[in-house]
Every structure is written in C-alpha cells, then in structure tokens.
Design a protein around this ligand. Structure first.
Ligand code: G3P
Length: 220
C-alpha cells in the first residue's frame, strides 16, 4: 500500500451506492497525480471495480479466511481470486473477534493482499499487536467521533499521536479517521504522524465531493 493515503469509505450511503459509487472512483483516479486516494465501495458493489480500479479499490470488510459453508460472509480467498488486493477489517460498524482477524491476516500473508485494521482505541490496537497482528496499517477511529463532523485530529489529537507512537514500536504505520471534514483536518492528522486518513460522510454526502477530495488529497 502506498502512503500517504486518503481512504474514502463509501459505507452504505444511498448517495454512494450502486452506480452512485462510480464517480468516486473517477475522482480518485483524477487526483492520483496529487496523492494516493483509495475508495472502499459498499460490499455489494465491490467486484464491479476490479480491473480498471484494482490499484485504488479497497474492500470494506472480510470476515472469513476461505471458501466454505459461510452464508452471507465475505471470504478473503474469494476476493484474492477476483483480483482484489486490499481490504479494511474490524471497522467500528462491523467488529470481528480478534482471533478471527488474526486467522484472516495469517491466511492473507501467502497472497499479495494487504489489510488496514481499524481499531477503536489504543487498548484494542495494543491487544492486536500483542497477538502479532501486523497489517499494512492500523486505522484509529474513536467511535464517538464517527460521522460527527468533529475531526479526531483536532478533538482527540493525543489518541492519534499515541497510536502513531505505538505503531512505531512495532513498525506498523497508522492512519486515523472519524469526523475528518476538511483539508485542514488532514494536515492536522499528518502533523501528528498519521500516514493517511479514512473519511466517509464529509465526502460521500457532500454536494461537491471532488472539491472535498481534492482539498484533502492536497493536504495529506
Ligand atoms: O471509515 C471512516 C469512518 O468511520 C469515518 O466516518 O463519516 O466520520 O468520516 P466519518
């Protein structure tokens, strides 16, 4: 994964679901000369972007390692076989047991596939690191700031810098997210040592998403 990175999580907002997701990939591509911008579309739309956008496509979640009797799940190996290379996992809106995360990341180590593991606290990050979970990056997102419009980089800077310090101890880069709304919020995150940000509502729900994405990409 290339850092710094701006990850646009489209969640399952109507404004960014189905064909409404297309423009975010086009915008991300158009900003590639400025910075690495990746897009996490709704899981039901993911496979439509493999191929043309594989380099900037990141799945929202994976919840089992391989194929099998897993009704309703998203298997890692299926994504690998389809040509995906990146996924988020353990987002606050879809937490997984830590043993499951460990199993999935262990499985991924034999493929060209990388994870951003989301954590809601330093404590959670510590517990995962102690289980030898070493992803491409951790993303720290205090749940109470998600969707709030109040950026973690301004309202909880200590959480970000503590996560960055902990990541350094283990050689794992750290992103941050929750409430990030402007280029200024992104600059604040970079100053705290984060190698990128995760953003959802400020982009997915904006009447002018390209403007917001460009401002953020320029401030990474
Ligand atoms: O994955 C990013 C997300 O949880 C942050 O959401 O709307 O606060 O940018 P938002």
């Amino acid at each position: 994964m290339k850092f710094p990175v701006l990850i646009v999580n489209l969640k399952n907002y109507r404004e960014s679901s189905g064909s409404n997701a297309d423009r975010f990939f086009e915008y991300a591509r158009s900003l590639s000369s400025i910075n690495n911008v990746m897009v996490a579309p709704p899981i039901l739309d993911t496979l439509r972007y493999v191929g043309e956008y594989s380099d900037i496509l990141i799945a929202q979640s994976v919840d089992v390692p391989g194929y099998g009797s897993y009704t309703g799940h998203v298997p890692l190996v299926r994504l690998v076989d389809e040509g995906l290379r990146y996924s988020l996992i353990n987002h606050s809106e879809y937490k997984l047991p830590h043993e499951t995360i460990k199993k999935i990341l262990d499985e991924a180590s034999q493929y060209d596939f990388e994870f951003v593991v989301c954590v809601d606290s330093i404590d959670e990050m510590k517990r995962l690191l102690e289980m030898d979970v070493y992803p491409a990056a951790y993303a720290i997102e205090p749940p109470e700031l998600i969707g709030s419009g109040r950026s973690v980089s301004k309202y909880k800077p200590q959480v970000v810098s503590d996560a960055v310090d902990l990541g350094k101890e283990y050689g794992v880069p750290v992103l941050c997210g929750a409430g990030v709304s402007t280029g200024e919020d992104v600059t604040a995150a970079s100053k705290l040592g984060a190698v990128g940000v995760l953003v959802a509502s400020a982009i997915a729900k904006s009447p002018e998403p390209l403007k917001v994405m460009e401002d953020m990409a320029r401030n990474l």
